[in-house]
Each structure stands twice: as C-alpha cells, then as structure tokens.
Design a protein around this ligand. Structure first.
Ligand code: MG
Ligand code: ZN
Length: 220
C-alpha cells in the first residue's frame, strides 16, 4: 500500500475487507466450497503448481480464480489444461481484495468443491487481505534466494503452510534449505513446509493430501 495513505484510511479499508471476507467465508461454508488462497512473488511457479495439483482432483470439482494486474494469460493457460479457470484483472491493484472475489462468485460452477485462488504475484500486501479462504499457502521458489522469510514476515505469519518450489534447481544455487526452515519456524512454529518441484512433479501428492485432509478437518 502506498505510504501516502494515512493509517486511518488503510485501517478502515482493511476493516471493510474483513467484513466482506466474513460474508465470503459464510457463503463458501454454506456451498461446501473449500478455498485455498495462494500467495507468492511473481515467477515462483503458482500457475504451474496449480496445473500439477489439478491432476489429483476430479476436474469438475475444482475451479481457479487467478488474480493478475494485467492480462488473462494464466487463466487461459489453465483452461488449456482443461481446468475451470477465471481471470480477475485488478487493473493495477497489486493484491486481490475480498470485494473482487465477491464480484466473481457467479462464475464459480455449482459443483465446485475446491476453489484455488491464485493471488497477484506479490509477497507484501496480499498478506493483509483476507479473501474468506480456509487455507493460506505461501510459495517461495529457490531462485528467489533464502533470505525472503524474514523480509516478508507477515505473509509467513498468516500462512497455514509453506511450499518451497523449484527444488530441482538446488544444485545450481546457494539456497540453504536448513536456514529457510529455521527462519520459518522463528516466525511461526506450527507451519508445515513442503519442498517440491512443480516442474518435475515432485512432492505434489503430499501437498494434495495436506489440502484434502485440511478440508476434512475444517469443513467436516
Ligand atoms: Mg501465475
Ligand atoms: Zn497491493
């Protein structure tokens, strides 16, 4: 958020967002739609990950809302993979807000059981906007470096699980997985961490099991 916005304005904006997020959560619970909000920097591999995750779900049970500042490219890419996907173009806004999800509700097919929200690529403000989700997953990829956790604590603090993507590149990078784990646990002890390579299809099933188990627990 730009600094010129006074603290009072940003607090009231966030309060308004919270109220809509609560409405959304009630709607999703009533419709039995389990919602996963995925946060990351640009280029961490969110769209590829969703493509790979989708293989483990019945296609008619999932739907994806993709947020981007411009273009429909990600939603088109997912639709090519026969995944039901709709783009939210934020026209410059660098995060999704609950109101944008509310405006997109009519697009979500009735038989949806899992709704994936691919947030705008940004590790800062998306963390402050509740979208009524049941699960928040933060993804970082190994080329981004192993110093991101303490730089963007809010994203990690509000997450339910962390995915470290692109582990296939580890041999070529000075990415210290142990340090990353320690930094994550400094921020939040109970976080679950998955090391995966979406491109190579490694570790995907574990993430799917985590999501399905979370749905069982949370939605009963
Ligand atoms: Mg994407
Ligand atoms: Zn933003």
């Amino acid at each position: 958020m730009p600094e010129i916005i006074s603290e009072n304005v940003s607090i009231s904006l966030l309060k308004a967002n919270e109220a809509i997020a609560k409405e959304l959560r009630d709607f999703f619970n009533k419709k039995k739609i389990f919602v996963i909000n995925m946060l990351s920097s640009p280029g961490s591999g969110k769209t590829t990950l969703i493509e790979k995750l989708a293989h483990y779900f019945e296609k008619e049970k999932i739907c994806v809302l993709v947020g981007d500042v411009q273009t429909e490219r990600d939603a088109q890419r997912l639709r090519k993979a026969k995944i039901r996907a709709f783009q939210i173009v934020t026209q410059g806004v660098c995060h999704l807000e609950a109101i944008m999800i509310k405006q997109a509700l009519s697009l979500i097919p009735e038989d949806t059981e899992y709704l994936f929200i691919e947030n705008v690529g940004n590790l800062v403000c998306p963390a402050s906007y509740n979208l009524g989700e049941h699960l928040r997953i933060v993804i970082i990829s190994t080329p981004e470096g192993d110093d991101k956790i303490l730089k963007y604590p809010k994203a990690f603090l509000t997450a339910d699980a962390i995915i470290i993507n692109k582990t296939d590149l580890l041999p070529y990078l000075s990415f210290d997985s142990e340090k990353v784990k320690q930094d994550i646990f400094k921020i939040k002890k109970e976080l679950i961490i998955f090391f995966i390579s979406a491109l190579k299809n490694e570790g995907i099933k574990e993430v799917v099991d985590f999501i399905k188990n979370a749905k069982e627990k949370i939605m009963k």
